[in-house]
Design a protein around this ligand. Structure first.
Ligand code: DMJ
Length: 452
C-alpha cells in the first residue's frame, strides 16, 4: 500500500472515531444527580407512606389515598420495592418486603385488569424475588399467576381484559395488542422459575394470535375482540394500546432465546419502518397509519411512544434510537415537560396531560449505557429539573392536567416510583448498580435476570 492511500485511510479512521466519540467536557456530576434522584424518591415514597400506606396509591394534592378495587393490593409498595432495593435503602427495603410477604393476599372476590396486575404486581414480585431471594415472593407470584390463568380461556386464546381473582370468572373481550402481548416476560419468567410450562405456553400463544392477525402489510390495529378475533378498528401506531406489544416481541426473543419471537420482531420491524416511521424537517418520528393500506392518518407521537428509542437501541440500531430520542427531547422541551400526545407536523400538543410517565427517561438510560455519551446525562438532568419544577408538591409528585398551564391533578401512579425515578436513578448511578447487559426490564421497569 502506498503512503498516500495509507494517509487517506488513517484520515478516514480518525474521522470515524471522532464522530463516534462521546461528547467530552460535561459538567454533569453523576454522583450528585443520583443522590438528588434518591432524595426525590424518598420525598415521594415517604409521602405515600404517610398519607396512603396500606393502599394502592397516593393522591398527592388532597393528601389521601386511592385503591383500584374494593380491597387494596398494595400496588405502590410492591411496584416500588425493587427501586428501593436498587437504591440501597436497606431498612426500607426489608420492612416493605416483610409487609408485602405477610399482608398481600390475592384471595379476593374482585375483577382485576390482567395486564396492569401482571406488569405491576407479577413483575414486581418476580424482580424483587430475584433481587432478594425471598421465596415468599415467588410463592405469591405463583399464586397470582394461577389466579390470572383463566383469562386466556377465550375461543381464540386472546386473553380477556379482566378476571376475578377468587372465582376465575372473566369479562370484557374488547382488548388490544399491548394488553395481550405484554404478558410473556412475566408469565415466561414465572414458568421458568416454577417449572410450570402452562404459564409460558398460554402467554406465548396470546401474542401469536395477535401477530397472526396482522394485515398483509404487517401492521396491527388498536382494538380487537378476544371472542371473535376480529379487529375493531384500523389505527396502527406505537402509542397506547400497542406500544409494549412490540417491546415484548424483542425482549422475549432475547430473554427466552425464542426464535419465533425473533422472527415476529424482525418482520414487525420492517412494517414499522415502512409505514410508521416519518422523516420530517424536525427529525425522525413515528406516526399513525391505516393498518390495511399503510396510509398516514395522523402525525401524532406522545409520552408513551418515547419507549421506542430504548427498543431500537436494544435491537442494535443506536443511530436511529439516538435520532428519535432527539425528537422526544424536542417534544419535552416545548413546554418543559412532555404531553400525552403531540402533533409533530405542527410541533404542538394535542392531548396536554402528563401522567408522570417514564418512557423518555428509560430511553435516555438505554442510550447512555450503549454510547456513554454525556448528552443523555444532560437530558436526564433536564427531565429531573422539569419534574421537580412542575410536578413536585408538598406530599409527593402530581400528574399534570395541562403541560402548558402546569395545572396539577391529584394522582401519583405507582409507576412513578417503579419506573420514572428508577430509570433516572440508574442513568446517574454507577453501572455496577445493575448489570444492564444481563437484564431485561419488564414494561414496568422490573429488572429480570435470566437465571435458567
Ligand atoms: C406503565 O404502566 C408501563 O410502562 C406501560 O407499559 C405503559 N404505561 C405506563 C407508564 O407510562
Amino acid at each position: 500500500m502506498n503512503n498516500t492511500i495509507l494517509i487517506f485511510l488513517l484520515l478516514l479512521l480518525t474521522l470515524a472515531s471522532t464522530s463516534a466519540q462521546p461528547r467530552q467536557g460535561t459538567s454533569i456530576d453523576k454522583a450528585a444527580l443520583a443522590a438528588e434522584v434518591r432524595v426525590e424518591f424518598l420525598h415521594a415514597w415517604s409521602s405515600y407512606k404517610r398519607y396512603a400506606w396500606g393502599h394502592d396509591g397516593l393522591k398527592p394534592l388532597s393528601k389521601t389515598h386511592y385503591d383500584w378495587y374494593r380491597v387494596s393490593l398494595y400496588m405502590t409498595a410492591l411496584d416500588a420495592l425493587d427501586t428501593i432495593v436498587l437504591m440501597g435503602l436497606k431498612e426500607e427495603a426489608d420492612s416493605t418486603r416483610e409487609f408485602i410477604a405477610t399482608h398481600l393476599s390475592f384471595d379476593h372476590d374482585i375483577y382485576v385488569k390482567n395486564f396492569e396486575i401482571t406488569i405491576r404486581l407479577l413483575g414486581g414480585l418476580l424482580s424483587s424475588y430475584q433481587l432478594t431471594g425471598d421465596e415468599r415472593l415467588l410463592k405469591l407470584a405463583d399464586d397470582l399467576g394461577t389466579r390470572l390463568l383463566p383469562v386466556f380461556k377465550s375461543p381464540t386464546g386472546i386473553p380477556y381484559v379482566e378476571v376475578n381473582l377468587k372465582t376465575g370468572a372473566v369479562r370484557n373481550p374488547r382488548t388490544n395488542p399491548a394488553e395481550v402481548g405484554t404478558l410473556l416476560v412475566e408469565f415466561g419468567t414465572l414458568s421458568k422459575l416454577t417449572g410450570k410450562r402452562e404459564y409460558y405456553e398460554v402467554a406465548k400463544n396470546a401474542v401469536m394470535q395477535i401477530y397472526n392477525r396482522r394485515t398483509s402489510i404487517g401492521l396491527v390495529g388498536t382494538w380487537i375482540d378476544a371472542n371473535t378475533g376480529e379487529w375493531l378498528d384500523r389505527d396502527s401506531h406505537l402509542s397506547a394500546c400497542i406500544d409494549s406489544y412490540y417491546e415484548y416481541l424483542l425482549k422475549c426473543a432475547i430473554l427466552f432465546d425464542d426464535k419465533d419471537f425473533k422472527k415476529m420482531w424482525d418482520s414487525s420491524r420492517v412494517a414499522i419502518d415502512k409505514f410508521l416511521a416519518d422523516e420530517t424537517s424536525t427529525g425522525l418520528w413515528f406516526g399513525h397509519a391505516d393498518m390495511q393500506t399503510g396510509k398516514r392518518t395522523k402525525a401524532w407521537f406522545g409520552a408513551l411512544d418515547a419507549f421506542f428509542p430504548a427498543v431500537l437501541a436494544l435491537a442494535g440500531d443506536v443511530p436511529r434510537a439516538a435520532r428519535l430520542q432527539e425528537s422526544c427531547f424536542k417534544m419535552w422541551n416545548k413546554y418543559g415537560i412532555e404531553p400525552d400526545q403531540f402533533d409533530y407536523s405542527k410541533m404542538d400538543t394535542v392531548s396536554p396531560r402528563y401522567f408522570l410517565n417514564p418512557e423518555i427517561m428509560e430511553s435516555a438510560y438505554y442510550l447512555y449505557r450503549y454510547t456513554d455519551d454525556a448528552r443523555y446525562l444532560e437530558m436526564g438532568k433536564t427531565f429531573l429539573d422539569g419534574l421537580k419544577k412542575h410536578c413536585r408538591v408538598e406530599a409527593g409528585y402530581a400528574e399534570l392536567r395541562n403541560v402548558a398551564t402546569k395545572e396539577k391533578s391529584d394522582r401519583m401512579e405507582s409507576y412513578f416510583l417503579a419506573e420514572t425515578l428508577k430509570y433516572l436513578y440508574l442513568l446517574f448511578a454507577p453501572p455496577e448498580t445493575l448489570d444492564f447487559r444481563k437484564t431485561i426490564f419488564n414494561t414496568e421497569a422490573h429488572p429480570i435476570k435470566k437465571t435458567w
